[in-house]
Design a protein around this ligand. Structure first.
Ligand code: HEC
Length: 180
């Protein structure tokens, strides 16, 4: 009912506003909307949830965990290179940093309202601004690391690791359950 009312009101408003040209086209959607409404209503209970499912079915917890796994793997590779356990290859290193950037961005797509769960603490949703500030710190640290990686100089890269590692830890301490 509300939808119908809204459609009619909208149509009326459009008609009222655009008296010459807009009036004719604006009137047409109105009868159409009225016709659609009775059809929609019986279907509403069954069809509407079904239509929403593709979005609701995305497993946001799994999606962000998978993305964070990639962030973790990239972090390990980066750490190994910086420690000297793995030989530094400028091109490979740039690629790994780029992967982290992409995977990190992906992970943070999956913390919307209603995606509570996994190892994310409930506090996260009550402190979204802090969480987002933590996300931005990580993004800034990855950007700085990426810039250093472009120089191809491992000595430029090393000092950027502290901020990056710190950004992971700060957010995990606040918003991620300890899993090991
Ligand atoms: C702003 C917050 C935030 C930042 C920054 C952050 N993380 Fe996380 N991370 C989380 C949360 C929250 C989870 C738990 C997700 C879940 O289980 O739903 C998580 C989970 C993970 C996991 C576990 C994934 C799995 O297998 O379930 C890894 C690995 C990880 N993060 C690595 C990192 C690394 C490495 C960095 C830094 C380069 C980082 N994270 C930065 C919030 C953050």
């Amino acid at each position: 009912m509300n939808k119908t009312l809204l459609a009619v009101l909208t149509a009326l408003a459009l008609t009222a506003c655009g008296q010459q040209q807009a009036a004719a086209p604006a009137e047409q959607p109105a009868p159409a909307a009225e016709q659609a409404a009775p059809v929609e209503q019986p279907a509403a209970e069954t069809a509407a949830p079904a239509a929403e499912q593709p979005a609701a079915e995305i497993d946001h917890v799994k999606a962000r965990q998978d993305a964070f796994k990639q962030v973790g793997e990239a972090m390990k590779t980066i750490g190994d290179v910086v420690k000297g356990d793995v030989a530094y290859d400028a091109e490979q290193f740039k690629a790994v940093v780029a992967q982290m950037q992409t995977a990190g961005a992906e992970a943070f797509q999956h913390f919307g309202e209603g995606t509570q769960g996994g190892n994310a603490k409930p506090e996260l949703w009550a402190n979204m601004a802090d969480f987002e500030a933590g996300r931005d710190k990580m993004a800034a640290a990855v950007t700085a690391l990426n810039e250093a990686a472009q120089t191809g100089d491992l000595n430029a890269i090393k000092p950027k690791m502290g901020d990056l590692g710190g950004s992971c830890k700060a957010c995990h301490d606040a918003f991620k359950e300890k899993t090991n």
